[in-house]
Write a protein that binds this ligand. Structure first.
Ligand SMILES: Cc1cc2nc3c(=O)[nH]c(=O)nc-3n(C[C@H](O)[C@H](O)[C@H](O)COP(=O)(O)O)c2cc1C
Length: 332
């Protein structure tokens, strides 16, 4: 089965096509430091056989956290704990990327100033953000670069830039949130492109970009806008992790594989693609790879329930090589 075959992202070889989706656990200390939970949580999925783990949104600035208990990478003090997560995953023969994130107007952590491209709150439960000055913009771009330096020191295999779900980069991309009249508003991709350029100054490994390919709001970005954007990304990123929504508070219809049509459209532009959404069945994942929608499937909630998903799938296919030695008795 294709799901259990090797593939690569840039120079990074992955042992199968199963990617653990980034998922905030909200259990870091108030200083953004990791805890033993993170080491166990990620290495368990690694022992379970996942090819690539993408660590949860990790804030490049303290005011870029979603909550007061997000993981952080805004200080050198974070490196030691992050390295422990990385080492745990490597020991279990898997690879790990880190999702570098800034919440922008979706920050619910304590912060003196909440940043956004324009002064528009997400909804009544969120603070009204300050419109970012040019200095603010340059400070945040620099913070992404500094985070990349720390990610390298911690030993990650890949960096993912969080450009999805209505967080800061996505806020700049969206006409629903970015109403600036300067160069960052006229060219809504400018902030993202400058972040990528800054990260690439310090990070030579593979880069993933997570995007919300569809905003589910009439005046927002749709898949055709996303395809225009990705045309600018050739040679800048190695893989696009295709998601959707989160920019404005609207509800939309979800079902297994609801984002795969967007993933396929991005893949047809010549990109390596990670895609998914509500996938739980091996057949759905296999079809998504075979019909050319994705190169890799991401699994989020399924891996929260079932960390040994890959080993269990391998067992059902009689591919016993995937069962780690200490657990063989459980799979006889
Ligand atoms: C608890 C939880 C936390 C999440 N945190 C993040 C995150 O940090 N970054 C991100 O890009 N997506 C995040 N997501 C979205 C997931 O990565 C994924 O796209 C979503 O859950 C759909 O996939 P699934 O149906 O396989 O769970 C989160 C989802 C869940 C359930």
């Amino acid at each position: 089965m294709k799901l259990l075959t090797k593939h690569h992202i840039g120079m990074l070889e992955l042992k199968n096509r199963v990617v653990m989706a980034p998922m905030c656990m909200y259990v870091a200390t108030e200083d953004g430091l990791s805890t033993p939970f993170h080491i166990v949580h990620y290495s368990t999925r690694a022992y379970g056989g996942v090819g690539l783990i993408i660590q949860e949104a990790t804030a490049v600035e303290a005011r870029g956290r979603i909550s007061g208990n997000d993981l952080g990478i805004w200080s050198d003090e974070h490196i030691h704990g992050l390295k422990q997560i990385v080492d745990g995953v490597h020991l279990a023969d898997s690879k790990i990327g880190i999702q570098l994130a800034h919440a922008g107007r979706k920050c619910l952590a304590k912060a003196e100033k909440i940043l956004a491209p324009s002064e528009i709150a997400f909804n009544a439960k969120y603070p009204v953000p300050s419109e970012m000055s040019k200095d603010d913009i340059h400070t945040v771009i620099k913070a992404f670069g500094e985070a990349a330096v720390r990610a390298k020191k911690a030993g990650y295999d890949l960096v993912e830039i969080h450009g999805a779900h209505g967080y800061l980069i996505n806020q700049f991309l969206s006409p629903l949130v970015n109403q600036r009249e300067d160069e960052y508003g006229i060219d809504k991709s400018r902030f993202l492109l400058e972040v990528i350029t800054e990260v690439k100054k310090y990070w030579t490994g593979p880069i993933s970009l997570r995007l919300s390919a569809e905003e589910y709001a009439e005046e927002g970005n749709h898949i055709l806008d996303t395809l225009k954007l990705v045309k600018k990304l050739h040679g800048l990123v190695d893989v696009i992790n295709v998601s959707s929504g989160g920019v404005v508070p609207v509800s939309f219809n979800v079902f297994p594989g609801y984002q795969l049509e967007f993933a396929k459209a991005v893949k047809e532009q010549g990109f390596t693609v990670i895609g998914g959404g509500l996938l739980t069945q091996v057949e759905e994942m296999e079809t998504a790879i075979l019909d050319g929608s994705v190169d890799f499937v991401f699994l989020g909630r399924e891996l929260l329930r079932n960390p040994y998903f890959v080993m269990n799938t391998a067992k059902s296919q009689d591919q016993m090589d995937w069962i780690i030695k200490p657990y063989e008795r459980g799979y006889l």
